[in-house]
Design a protein around this ligand. Structure first.
Ligand SMILES: [Zn+2]
Ligand SMILES: [Zn+2]
Length: 195
């Protein structure tokens, strides 16, 4: 490849062209696919590194593949792309079932099918492809995992009988209520911080 792709999309498109012969050699035709860098519909925090959409989901009947922005190593991206292209070959009909497995195994993929990736022989081929494509023109996007820690809701609990009630934020400044049974001031539990 004389001119190296300079955008993520052109790199991914060139990658598909490089991967097609590997599929053809194994006896599979790769359908037309749109490929781009993007999060799976399950969300940035789902940990899903790729996603393929069937021809039925796409208005013009062309498969669409997304490779997570969390990936930046060319080999990782190619590995994920091969996995998603297997879904495209199957037109996402059988998820990771035996039809998917048949194609994956023939290509030289290993591991549990949900996360099936290149085995040693296929990996060597991917390294050659990566060499021809050059570095993936992208920088890893790191998504902070679960930044919001939910504080326990404010409640009031009677020390004597254990009767517990949730408190409304607007009335926290009234202080804990009186237990209707024991007529004693209840204990404030949970987060009573008045924001
Ligand atoms: Zn999959
Ligand atoms: Zn009580």
């Amino acid at each position: 490849m004389a001119i190296k792709p300079t955008t993520r999309e052109s790199w991914l498109e060139a990658a598909v062209q490089e991967l097609i012969p590997i599929f053809v050699k194994a006896g599979f035709a790769v359908p037309l696919c749109r490929v781009s860098c993007g999060f799976a519909s399950t969300g940035a925090r789902s940990g899903h590194i790729g996603q393929c959409w069937s021809t039925k989901a796409s208005k013009d009947g062309i498969n669409q593949i997304f490779v997570s922005p969390a990936l930046e190593e060319a080999i990782e991206v190619l590995d994920t792309l091969v996995h998603e292209l297997v879904h495209a070959v199957d037109d996402c009909q059988h998820k990771h079932g035996k039809e998917f497995k048949k194609i994956a195994i023939k290509l030289g993929m290993t591991g549990p099918m949900r996360s099936a990736g290149a085995g040693p022989i296929l990996k060597e081929k991917l390294k050659e492809v990566a060499g021809r494509l050059g570095a993936y023109p992208h920088a890893r996007l790191s998504v902070p995992m679960k930044t919001v820690t939910r504080s326990p809701r404010p409640r009031a609990k009677c020390r004597k009988c254990g009767f517990t009630v949730p408190m409304l934020k607007d009335f926290l400044h009234y202080g804990p209520p009186i237990c209707p049974k024991d007529r004693v001031e209840m204990e404030a539990i949970g987060d009573w911080e008045i924001a």
